[in-house]
Design a protein around this ligand. Structure first.
Ligand SMILES: C[S@@+](CC[C@H](N)C(=O)[O-])C[C@H]1O[C@@H](n2cnc3c(N)ncnc32)[C@H](O)[C@@H]1O
Length: 468
């Protein structure tokens, strides 16, 4: 039988999903071109292989895997939806004689580490943090897809390979730190393929997440990882541009953030922001829990309150005319939200797709204690427990640094999301405090300074950095 039949079973299954169950169990079925690309990442072998498919849906992924595998191969597919489990069985019987479809939740099936090929496009939902026990200790997961992936990797036999279709979110951020560390210790990262456009691949399923393919294998880590930085489902992966990248160049910092592109060599001289003694915290005032302290007027012993509305280009202005209160009353003193007077760099935690920059930084100097809204990050030189303002020149230099194009490009590579989180910022390459002060001496913090002047000045300082 041809793979068209498998595709047809998938399309029929997709068309007859119950909308309610589709949402509940995240039944977003992989289209044939993406399935073929995922399977093409497996190493071809003449030996029969034992294949496992977790959350198999219509069975498309394991069926395409079985189709390209040697005679005598076998498939175990686990799917909790009875209709889809039946669809899996009919797809798989077209291509394989030894098929077991288990109509259960993957979390209710005990799997031995005996599989040579594990393939999955799991549900992506957030879950409350759960620790999964593994042979190398517990691993904390916060999404169903990482929970599935931990199970998939544990089911691999020595030398076995796993390909997963998952979102990009695991590559950065605090929530996935534990998972990243576990996965990178447990197996070899072989290949990453990141789809360039959001809608293209799951068009008929309405998926808008940034999705990628990850291939890992149960063998010692090799030095290079094959990276497809801008994949498209339109043509076979092997015909698309890819390069072997040193794993070292993909991983960043102790949190093991994974980047898809190699770091711009101009940035490789710099330590991370955290290593330079700069700490990023999130504004402490959650307004809707503190409505009673907000004030439209300045009251004796009150404090200025900064929102993203107060960011105006590279400067921070206070007060501004907007529909948000510009002060808090002295009641705020008892709420652990007031920050010491001094110089800081504020970074908006949210950006929109339309904004030219993902990172929007502004310099703040306050002669009095103040409060920052929770939608702002602020950079200081203290710790997570204690806020210590920056030197004034450092705050200005850092604002210029964070407003540069090179930093914005770096951030886009690290994070697939429009949110700018403190954890990612802390891992950002950053000049030393002395260098930041020199940058502040070279340019004023002034909204008449153009982007090209910022970039040129930083470019000059880079060569100065390399020459020193
Ligand atoms: C994103 S869909 C992908 C289906 C299929 N792997 C594919 O690529 O087309 C995820 C599948 O996992 C199934 N599923 C969700 N939670 C599950 C669980 N706990 N155990 C087994 N299957 C599950 C859903 O019913 C759905 O078919």
């Amino acid at each position: 039988m041809t793979s068209k039949t498998i595709a047809q079973i998938r399309n029929d299954a997709a068309a007859s999903l119950s909308p309610q169950r589709q949402q509940q169990w995240e039944q977003f079925l992989t289209p044939m071109p993406v399935a073929e690309q995922a399977v093409s990442l497996f190493t071809l072998t003449d030996e029969p292989v034992r294949i496992l498919d977790l959350g198999s849906g219509s069975g498309i992924l394991s069926a395409v895997t079985a189709k390209q595998s040697a005679r005598g191969s076998s498939v175990v597919a686990i799917e909790q939806d009875a209709d889809l489990a039946r669809a899996s069985a009919s797809s798989l019987r077209q291509v394989c004689d030894n098929v077991e479809v288990i109509n259960k939740s993957v979390f209710d099936v005990l799997l031995d580490a005996r599989f040579d090929r594990v393939i999955l496009n799991p549900p992506y939902k957030k879950i409350s943090p759960t620790v999964i026990a593994t042979s190398s200790g517990g691993v904390k997961v916060t999404n169903l897809y990482t929970a599935f992936l931990v199970m998939a990797i544990q089911a691999l036999d020595e030398g076995g390979e796993c390909v997963a279709i998952i979102p990009r979110s695991w590559m950065n951020g605090d929530y996935f730190k534990d998972f990243r560390k576990w996965m990178l210790n447990e197996c070899c990262l072989d290949a990453l393929a990141v789809y360039g456009s959001r809608q293209e691949h799951f068009k008929d399923m309405g998926i808008l997440q940034e999705i990628m393919l990850v291939k890992v294998s149960k063998r010692p880590q090799t030095k290079k990882v094959i990276v497809y930085a801008d994949a498209t489902p339109a043509e076979p992966l092997e015909q698309q541009s890819h390069e072997p990248v040193a794993l070292k160049a993909l991983l960043m910092g102790s949190d093991r953030i994974v980047r898809i592109q190699q770091q711009d060599p101009r940035l490789s001289e710099f330590k991370t922001m955290a290593d330079q003694g700069l700490w990023v915290s999130t504004g402490k005032l959650v307004w809707f829990r503190n409505r009673d302290v907000l004030s439209n007027v300045e009251e004796p012993d009150g404090h200025p309150l900064y929102w993203s509305d107060n960011q105006n280009g590279m400067v921070t202005v206070h007060p501004v005319k907007c529909d948000r209160e510009q002060w808090v009353t002295d009641k705020a003193d008892a709420r652990n939200v007031v920050l010491p007077a001094g110089s800081y760099c504020l970074v908006n935690r949210f950006s929109s797709k339309e904004q030219r920059h993902r990172i929007y930084a502004s310099y703040l100097h306050s002669n009095v204690e103040f409060v920052a809204d929770n939608k702002l990050n602020y950079v200081h030189q203290g710790t997570s427990r204690q806020t210590v303002p920056l030197g004034d020149k450092e705050a200005r230099g850092l604002t210029l640094w964070l407003s540069s194009s090179i930093v914005d490009e770096w951030y886009r590579q690290v994070s697939g999301s429009t949110q700018v989180n403190a954890t990612d910022l802390r891992q950002m390459p950053c000049p030393s405090k002395t260098q930041l002060a020199s940058l502040a001496d070279s340019l004023p913090i002034d909204n008449t300074v153009s982007q090209s002047r910022i970039d040129e000045t930083i470019g000059r300082l880079f060569s100065w950095v390399q020459a020193s």
